[in-house]
Every structure is written in structure tokens, then in C-alpha cells.
Design a protein around this ligand. Structure first.
Ligand code: C5P
Length: 236
């Protein structure tokens, strides 16, 4: 979809002959748009990613939900999160997109176990193909999560690193979950530490990512900021 806007304008203005319009349609249809949104927990990256997916009519994948789903299976089956390697094949089997929408996944307890198991390279490798297939979907995709800009969609057309101070993130999570603020803050700090310091695919800002400090922005302001960056490049 990059650099196609003059062509699109011709197309919309119907100033091309029909046969050229057809080949242009084919050309445009082959183009994809991949947007990857990285960043720490509760930074608002998921909300922004979903809005972008709806705006560009692209499939959306919350990659954190994959790790959360495996974490939930670990918890339900009473498996030790520090010692689950032999069970990886079973833990990643039969994952459907519907599984990733289960509300139970999004509590802080499941998130904390997710950040422990996510350190495991064999688990990351086992979840790689699911995510990579998503990136390669016909139209492109919007993905969010740690390592989407550095590993999973390192070739994305647009990369964003959405962040905010940990206190602001904890306050937002508290507003969602209505549990204990201090506990949420401590869990987020621990999760940041796990994600920043792991050896495989640590949380980091890709050199070609646009950093969006989302701490003092409304959802709409963050969304417009991202749209402007994309629009400036593709002319939408
Ligand atoms: O983004 P979310 O908070 O839902 O992710 C839960 C945990 O899953 C993160 O703390 C992180 O450890 C792990 N994760 C990951 N790679 C991703 C997405 C999430 O390691 N692409």
C-alpha cells in the first residue's frame, strides 16, 4: 500500500482506461499493510492497535493473548511455570482466535505467569508460526505485543512503541480491573523487569519504531498521532 496514493487518486477519478483499472486493482490488491505496535504492559497499545485494525480493515492479533492463553493452561493444569518445557507441544496445541478473546486471560495474575513463561525460547519458537502466518495474511495485519516490532514483524511497514510511566499504566489497569492499585503497580513493575531483562526477544525499542508516549494522551489523541504518521507516508 506504500506510495500508491497518486495511483489511487487516478483510479478514484476514473481517468484510467478499464483494462488499466483492472491491472491497477490487482496491483493494489497485492499490496499489504503491516503495522506492529510494541510496548510495555497496559500502555494502551492494544486499544490503539484495535482501532487501527478497524480503521484500515485489517486482521488484528493481540500476541500477548497467546502467551496469556498458554499461561492459563499452565495455571489450570497446575504446571510449574518454571518447568514446563516438556509440555510445550501440548500447551500450544489447538489455539483458535476465539480462545484469545476469553476475558479470563486479561487479569494481572494470568499476565504475571505469562511474563514468566514468555522467557522460554522454546515456547517463543512454538508460538512463532501462528504469529508469522498472521503477518503474512492477504491484506496484511495489525499486531501488538512485545517483540512484534523486533522479531515477529520486524519487516512491518510501520512500527510503533507505545509507552507510559508505570504509575499511569497501573492507574489505568486499576480503573479496568478495580482490584488493588498497589498490587497492580508491583505486578506491572515485576512484569517490566521480566520483559526487559530476558535474553530472548526482550522488550526494546526498534531503531525504526516511532515512540508514542501515551501517558498524557487520550485514546483519540494517540490514535490521531499514529494515523498522521501513517497518512504522511501513504497519503491516506
Ligand atoms: O501484552 P500483555 O500484557 O497481554 O502480555 C502478557 C505477557 O506476555 C507480557 O508481560 C510478556 O511477557 C509476554 N509477551 C511476550 N511477547 C509478546 C507478547 C506478550 O513475551 N509478543
Amino acid at each position: 500500500m506504500l506510495n500508491t496514493s497518486p495511483l489511487k487518486k487516478c483510479f478514484r477519478a476514473k481517468i484510467l482506461p478499464i483494462f488499466l483499472q483492472k491491472s491497477l486493482t490487482n496491483f493494489l490488491m497485492k499490496k499489504t499493510l503491516v503495522i506492529a505496535i510494541d510496548g510495555p504492559s497496559a500502555s494502551g497499545k492494544g486499544t490503539l492497535a484495535k482501532k487501527l485494525a478497524a480503521h484500515f480493515n485489517l486482521p488484528y492479533l493481540n500476541t500477548g493473548a497467546l502467551y496469556r492463553l498458554v499461561a492459563l493452561r499452565v495455571i489450570n493444569q497446575k504446571i510449574d511455570p518454571q518447568n514446563f518445557e516438556e509440555l510445550i507441544n501440548q500447551l500450544v496445541a489447538n489455539i483458535t482466535e476465539a480462545d484469545l478473546e476469553n476475558e479470563i486471560l486479561f487479569g494481572e495474575d494470568v499476565g504475571s505467569v505469562a511474563s514468566v513463561i514468555a522467557k522460554n525460547s522454546k515456547l517463543r519458537a512454538a508460538l512463532f508460526d501462528f504469529q508469522r502466518d498472521f503477518v503474512k495474511s492477504e491484506k496484511g495485519a495489525v499486531l501488538d505485543g512485545r517483540d512484534t516490532t523486533t522479531v515477529i514483524a520486524a519487516d512491518a511497514d510501520f512500527k510503533f512503541f507505545v509507552t507510559a510511566d508505570v504509575e499511569i499504566r497501573a492507574r489505568r489497569r486499576f480503573n479496568q480491573l478495580q482490584t488493588n492499585y498497589e498490587e497492580i503497580l508491583a505486578q506491572l513493575k515485576k512484569r517490566d523487569e521480566n520483559d526487559l531483562n530476558r535474553l530472548d526477544a526482550p522488550l526494546k525499542i526498534a531503531s525504526d519504531a516511532h515512540v508514542i508516549d501515551n501517558g498524557n494522551l487520550t485514546i483519540e489523541e494517540g490514535f490521531q498521532k499514529i494515523l498522521k504518521i501513517i497518512g504522511d507516508k501513504i497519503g491516506n
